[in-house]
Write a protein that binds this ligand. Structure first.
Ligand code: FES
Length: 235
């Protein structure tokens, strides 16, 4: 059973999605037994075509494949065949379509609306902090207005399996409790400064801007970020 697709880091509660999927499964197949549940994260191109080839600005030496669009088990194999042929001088006729990709008008529109969504998420994540008394611009804290600052919060210790983002001084902080251990991290994604969101099903910190994901301890799980979330106070 699968469903409830959504952008990484933008669901209110991933656990809720999973629960409703399990309810639906139980209705369709009474008496069936749940053995495993998981989420997959997929990269999709705006024109929904997978892509592989030479990496732009890679000086012709770096090849890549992406945008498998939920079909990684087949598209990744196709990409590996195509890349191997490119390197070894072979020719796979079906790869021409992928090599000469054209962005259609609808694809270009999708890209515009996708980027508008990213900008909106960046603004809303930092906007919540601004509402708490910080002045921000383009994801950067400009200055704090001491008169507007609310009193320092009591130490935040979320319930088991929960995470919370709040402001400590001028710093956005992400705190979670997993298996009895509470970790306090910087809530600012190390890619381009999005404010991370707690994934209550996978128990990870997910960035709503471009989909980077971090463990509850801040370890990088998935890019485009390349660095861990540092402990709070070291960002
Ligand atoms: S800002 Fe977080 S993934 Fe880009």
């Amino acid at each position: 059973m699968g469903g409830h697709g959504h952008h990484v880091g933008r669901a209110r509660s991933e656990k809720h999605h999973l629960g409703s999927l399990l309810d639906w499964a139980a209705q369709q197949h009474p008496g069936s037994q749940v053995t495993h549940t998981w989420s997959a994260q997929d990269y999709m191109a705006v024109n929904l075509m997978p892509f592989f080839g030479k990496l732009p600005r890679g000086k012709g030496h770096v090849y890549f494949g992406t945008g498998y669009n939920k079909w990684g088990m087949t598209n990744a194999v196709a990409a590996s065949l195509g890349i191997a042929a490119d390197i070894l001088g072979g020719h796979v006729p079906w790869a021409n379509t992928i090599h000469h990709r054209i962005t259609s008008p609808s694809g270009a529109l999708s890209a515009v609306s996708l980027n508008a969504g990213v900008a909106a998420k960046l603004a809303s994540g930092w906007g919540q902090l601004a509402a708490e008394g910080l002045k921000t611009e383009g994801g950067k804290v400009l200055k704090k207005d001491k008169d507007q600052l609310p009193p320092a919060p009591a130490p935040v210790v979320p319930d088991e399996g929960q995470g919370q983002v709040y402001r400590e001084g001028t710093r956005p902080v992400a705190v979670s409790t997993v298996d009895g251990t509470t970790c306090k991290l910087s809530a600012v994604c190390t890619h381009l400064g999005g404010i991370v969101h707690w994934n209550d099903s996978e128990r990870t910190w997910d960035c709503p801007l471009h989909g980077s994901r971090f463990s509850n301890e801040g370890e990088l799980l998935e890019g485009p970020a390349t660095r861990n979330l540092p402990p709070a106070g070291k960002a």
